[in-house]
Design a protein around this ligand. Sequence first.
Ligand code: FAD
Length: 271
Amino acid sequence: MIPATFDYELAESVDHAIELLGDGRDAKLLAGGHSLLPLMRLRMARPELLVDIGRLSDLSYVREDGDTIAIGALTRYHDLQHDELLRSACPILAEVIGTIGDPQVRHRGTIGGSVAHTDPASDAPTILLALDAELVARGPGGERTLPIAESFAGFLQTALDPQEVLTEIRVPKTSGGAYQKFSRRAQDWATVGVCAVQVNGGVHVGLTNMGATALRASGVEEALASGADPAAAAERAAEGTSPPSDHNGSAEYREHLVKVLTKRALEEAQS
Ligand code: FAD
């Protein structure tokens, strides 16, 4: 389908983008366009104005900041996947990013766009949730930081203010970790994905496509903290989830699959 008519403005800076978002029209930021444009073509999104931030190169970086790695929101997947600093200081994030879509998608898609889009089938929000990532957002009232969990408002709904621009994502340095992603065809979205990673001395487990947003498998994390082995802990992986039923699998199938993938991810992360 052809999108509904819209106006287009090219933002010259973050402040310019914030100003454009506040001009009274129903405006949306455009980053890589790989989620927003398909929605517009389906007419599931009909913004009056697109504010293009895709050329704000000062929001594309990976930097060391003490015990954390700071990532500019406009950094494209391809750059993250191959970034030497990220690959050594938080290798699981680079690895998960490398499983997203195909090379074309990874050359256009941005990590900030994925977080703001809040698609439960996306891979980046899951690993960022497991890592307890912190977001930096700037709006008309200034800058604020928030835990990524607080940015998820529901299916394809961000809790970021409509006039806020996500500028940075901060993750802790960590070694190891594993991501098990099951798809019916190569390069497909995850039917289910499970990430296991060690953060602050505990194992954190994130789930893809098991509810309206990325989720933490808190039952699994509790079981591991009480000394359960991976097989026993994985039995609790579907607790508190509400997976969809669609052409890739029923909710019951996903509830079974998530246990299998959790066991594999925990074992891989341990080895
Ligand atoms: P856009 O589409 O430009 O924007 C998405 C939303 O975020 C919009 O609402 C926009 O206004 C908002 N936004 C963007 N940037 C900001 C910001 N800085 N601050 C505030 N709001 C912002 N994803 C996966 O995780 N796994 C996959 O396997 C996968 N496969 C794909 C296959 C195909 C064929 C395609 C087309 C996409 C696929 N994707 C997949 C989605 C891809 O990861 C998207 O690129 C990503 O989800 C959105 O990033 P974007 O930069 O393209 O955002």
